[in-house]
Write a protein that binds this ligand. Structure first.
Ligand code: DX5
Ligand code: ZN
Length: 221
């Protein structure tokens, strides 16, 4: 695996041409497909479910699909996403009453598991489940919508999470989601993050593979 992974959030893609958009972003150099699942209950928006994940796999997408669950309850959708071809499944600890059990369920379904921390949620519960997470995802916006401004307080949290990961000795990715662009990615990487979600920064006009490549190359620079 690469040192730094770029994960375009398809929330900002053109849903009428989703397959093409995902293929173009991957051809442009993206590493992972970030797949935002919202239920109009845990978050105030409604998006896509396992059917769409299956459709992307049937469309020939072989890259890892990073399913970010913003739903409550969590457990009953996990198996469906595993069957639909999810690679990573992450969820918010506030959305599941039995965090440890949900993490175990995700791994038992053959996926990599992760916890997502909202901007004002402390990392406290992590210390009890460090051996059960493959990804720690820090929200740098409040979940629900693309195109919001990056919340700088998360940089301190990223340094804190990086320290916990290094001290644990486990192989855990540190992912960030929200308001990431070529303009701030360097600062975010310096705080210890190694997986970067970007929605509106990548999926904007012109919607061509070349334009996506320019943005992704800019983020890696
Ligand atoms: C927000 C989602 C993000 C969102 C990021 O709830 O989890 O993945 O799409 O979009 P940008 O990069 O535009 O902030
Ligand atoms: Zn997300």
């Amino acid at each position: 695996e690469k040192d730094f992974l770029i994960a375009p959030s398809i929330l900002s893609a053109d849903f009428a041409r989703l397959g093409e958009e995902v293929v173009n972003s991957l051809s442009a150099g993206a590493d992972v497909v970030h797949f935002d699942v919202m239920d109009n209950h845990y978050v105030p928006n409604l998006t896509i479910g396992p059917l769409v994940c299956t459709a992307l796999r049937n469309h020939g997408v072989t890259a890892p699909i990073d399913v970010h669950l913003m739903v409550s309850p969590v457990d009953r959708i996990v198996t469906d996403f595993a069957k639909a071809g999810a690679s990573y499944i992450t969820f918010h600890p506030e959305a599941s009453p039995h965090v440890d059990r949900t993490l175990q369920l995700i791994r038992s379904e053959g996926c990599k598991s992760g916890l997502v921390f909202n901007p004002a949620t402390p990392l406290d519960c992590l210390k009890y489940v460090m051996d059960k997470v493959d990804i720690i995802l820090l929200m740098s916006v409040n979940p629900g919508f693309g195109g919001q401004a990056f919340i700088p307080a998360v940089l301190d949290k990223a340094r804190e999470a990086r320290k916990l990961i290094d001290e644990s000795g486990f192989d855990i990715r540190l992912e960030i989601d929200g308001g990431v662009s070529a303009g701030n990615i360097k600062e975010v990487a310096e705080a210890g993050v190694d997986m970067f979600v970007a929605g509106s920064a990548i999926f904007r006009d012109p919607r061509t593979e070349e334009a996506y490549k320019e943005t992704i190359d800019g983020m890696r620079a």
